[in-house]
Design a protein around this ligand. Structure first.
Ligand SMILES: [Zn+2]
Length: 273
């Protein structure tokens, strides 16, 4: 037997991954070099599940829409056998987050997110647009995964390790690095389109804002704000007061710019941006 230096396996004991979409870009460096036209031969160890093998080469299971082994759909627990051909399909936007699938036993049913500590800027932007986005930089990976599962949220992160946890069912390993690009990536992937519920949610703590009478917040306002503005909202959690000031106008302009961009780039694949 000819030994494979790295795994100790006999040569020939392998499976073939056929990676769809941009999944080949998520391969770890050494596997990316071995991958030709999305096809990667992977040396098979002891009885290995598809999930473990796939995550060993790079893509977290959350990035997979469906798995076909020798023409048959399987789930992540499928035990690989020598010579099998594993088609790994990537999600096509817009992803339907209302319906469970073979690989995703439950669905969020509404656009609700959990933003990981590494994407705080994205969390703020999602909240500005009114999307329910949990962000708590004191959560570790274990707690974040448990929270996302308990509250049926989509995990957004740049951290592969978090997405490899088996109780993370819905997630996105963000390809983009800048918050604005990440926002476009998320909105495109999940087919979220204007009109958005802008300025309805506290950017600091995610709570829905409530209308508040000017008289009740007068003592909190700067003289110019008192003079020029009459409509106010307040966060019931942190007490922050919101009004349509110059900051609001700048944000509104960005929201409009983003909306135009989403319409123009309906087919653009942000995965490669
Ligand atoms: Zn608040």
């Amino acid at each position: 037997m000819i030994s494979d230096g790295e795994t100790g396996n006999a040569r020939g004991q392998s499976v073939e991954f056929v990676l769809g979409g941009d999944l080949d870009a998520l391969l770890h460096h050494r596997y990316r070099e071995q991958c030709v036209d999305g096809v990667l031969r992977y040396p098979l160890g002891r009885r290995t599940s598809v999930k473990d093998a796939l995550e060993a080469v790079g893509p977290p299971h959350t990035e997979v829409e469906s798995l076909i082994v020798d023409g048959r759909p399987v789930d992540f627990g499928h035990r690989l056998q020598e010579g099998q051909r594993v088609e790994v399909l990537a999600p096509e936007p817009p992803v339907d987050f209302h319906t469970p699938t073979q690989l995703k036993p439950w669905a969020p049913g509404r656009p609700a997110f959990l933003a990981d500590v590494n994407v705080g800027g994205l969390a703020t932007q999602l909240r500005v647009l009114g999307f329910d986005t949990l962000y708590d930089n004191t959560l570790d990976d274990e707690d974040a995964a448990a929270m996302a599962e308990a509250e049926r949220r989509i995990v957004l992160t740049r951290d592969r390790a978090l997405l490899k946890r088996s109780n993370v069912v819905w997630g996105r390993l963000l390809r983009a690095q800048e918050p604005e690009e990440q926002l476009a990536e998320v909105l495109t992937l999940y087919g979220l389109r204007p009109p958005f519920a802008t300025f309805t949610r506290c950017v600091r703590c995610n709570d829905l804002l409530v209308d508040v009478a000017k008289a009740d917040v007068l003592h909190l306002l700067e003289p110019k704000t008192k003079k020029y503005y009459d409509a106010f909202k307040m966060c019931p959690s942190c007490g922050r007061v919101y009004w349509a000031g110059s900051h609001h106008e700048r944000l509104q302009e960005r929201v409009e710019w983003l909306s135009r961009r989403l319409e123009e780039g309906e087919k653009k694949n942000f995965a490669n941006s």
